[in-house]
Ligand binder design. Structure first.
Ligand code: ADP
Ligand code: MG
Length: 452
């Protein structure tokens, strides 16, 4: 029985996940646990009463529908408050990078997240052109702007626009085959196809699409055979007037170690950049998010957050979620004062400070662990150097915005991106399991930030 309730709950969770942002999902849905199923009542454990309230007003109907559809009769959802709230607050602070949740969202075949729609995208000077091009492509795929190349810094809405294009095309013509894929997935699928000897089915999958939305193309940097394969797929789609939309964290000409012939093709259509949003747009985004999530946030609080969190829309969203969760958990009203306290760890140091660099991270970690700076790049693999090096890789990934795991690998003596990913996972795990280590790392982070 318990296997069965877990399976059913997994279906519910997969379904709910499709329509929530990763942050909302992790905050409210991930902590729920199925408890039992009796007399057509499905019971889940919730950490406390605020969860019951949130689920009731946001998701209960939807969850009951999925349960009923799966069990073939009318099912009611019942929530049982259980633990205390401490672990949940820790969770809010640890919202995952989007890559971590991509896997969880794989329930839908085309990988398109229904949450990311054009009408949820706030348009301002910083993204007007990119948004306009995306809408044009969505209305008329394969015709005018092909390929569409969107680029801009982290958390500025590239992925949102890719999904919005996909959702629009699907809803206006359900016959069209649309696929969203991160470049990372593309590359690993390609490698697997080669490894298991079925490259033909890989090629067919991509060549038979009407619209390919490929995210974070900078991941192709330095990967020659994947680039070549992508080049053929690109040509095949382009020649048959199928739409290609590419996103990148940098403009085409800065994609070093990507073949020239591919870069020149990226320029055949239209290239649009997304800048960091100005204050008005940040305010508008916060208001819209609050409205979408049915959160009440006073105007002066909205303005306070918008003036403090400047660079990145993901952080804006994170701050909003965090303050509303805190206020719900603790019963504190949202005022500028209380918000100031709640956000004090994530509001960045003054904006004119330079961004954190990999060099500084390496330097401080080497000092802290008493090893030579050159060991950050050396081939030595003894624990005494490998562990600090892994920490430095992890911090390079989390404290900087613009470096991919490939870039980071390069800065650590030309190591492979998988080595960097492995290091990040290892350090994350250690932080979760070892409070002493966690505290020490937080101290080091403060030191690194204060040095910039
Ligand atoms: P990127 O892919 O550029 O790193 P995302 O598309 O993942 O950024 O955006 C980060 C978060 O910010 C997402 O939750 C997205 O919905 C939100 N977001 C980004 N731009 C906007 C916007 N203009 N209006 C509303 N939400 C936005
Ligand atoms: Mg993205």
């Amino acid at each position: 029985m318990s296997v069965q309730i877990n399976e059913i709950w997994q279906k519910v969770v997969d379904n709910v996940n499709l329509s929530l942002t990763p942050e909302t999902y992790n905050l409210w849905i991930a902590p729920l646990k199925p408890l039992g199923f009796e007399n057509d009542i499905f019971t889940v454990a919730v950490p406390n009463i605020y969860f019951s309230q949130w689920i009731e007003s946001h998701q209960q109907k939807n969850i009951e529908q999925v349960l009923s559809a799966n069990l073939g009769r009318q099912i009611a959802l019942q929530m049982q408050p259980q633990q205390d709230l401490t672990p949940i607050i820790a969770k809010v602070e640890n919202t995952p990078a989007p890559a971590d949740v991509a896997v969880a969202q794989s329930a839908q075949k085309d990988q398109i997240n229904q949450k990311y729609l054009f009408n949820r995208f706030v348009v301002g000077a910083s993204n007007r052109f990119a948004h306009g091009c995306s809408e044009a492509v969505a209305k008329n795929p394969g015709n005018q702007f092909n390929p569409l190349f969107l680029y801009g810094g982290v958390g500025l809405g590239k992925t949102h626009l890719l999904h919005a294009i996909g959702n629009h095309i699907k809803s206006s013509n359900s016959v069209l085959r649309v696929l969203y894929v991160t470049c990372e997935t593309f590359v690993s699928e390609f490698i697997e196809a080669i490894r298991f000897g079925n490259p033909a089915s890989f090629k067919n999958k991509y060549r038979s699409l009407d619209c390919l939305l490929i995210d974070d193309i900078q991941f192709l940097v330095g990967k020659e055979s994947s680039q070549e394969e992508f080049f053929y797929i690109f040509n095949s789609l382009y020649d048959s007037r199928k739409q290609i939309v590419v996103s990148s964290d940098r403009p085409p000409k800065e994609l070093e170690k990507v073949e020239e012939r591919l870069i020149s093709r990226f320029g055949w259509g239209v290239t649009a950049d997304i800048q960091a949003p100005d204050l008005e747009t940040r305010i508008a985004i916060l208001r819209k998010k609050a409205e979408d999530e049915k959160l009440y946030v006073p105007d002066d609080v909205v303005i306070y957050i918008a003036t403090q969190v400047k660079s990145n829309i993901r952080e804006l969203e994170g701050s909003l979620l965090r303050i509303t969760a805190f206020s719900a958990f603790t019963g504190t009203p949202l005022t500028v004062d209380s918000v100031q306290k709640i956000l004090k760890d994530i509001v960045r140091p003054p904006d004119d400070s330079a961004p954190v660099t990999i060099e500084n991270i390496q330097k401080i970690i080497a000092e802290e662990f008493n090893i030579e700076l050159r060991d950050m790049k050396s081939k030595r693999r003894t624990d005494a150097v490998a562990f600090p090096r892994q920490i430095a890789m992890y911090l390079s990934r989390t404290l900087t915005d613009k470096f991919s795991t490939t870039d980071i690998g390069e800065s650590f003596g030309g190591r492979d991106h998988t080595t960097v990913m492995h290091a990040c996972n290892k350090i994350k795990e250690k932080m979760n399991s070892d409070p002493y280590f966690n505290a020490k790392l937080n101290q080091i982070i403060k030191k690194i930030r204060s040095l910039q």
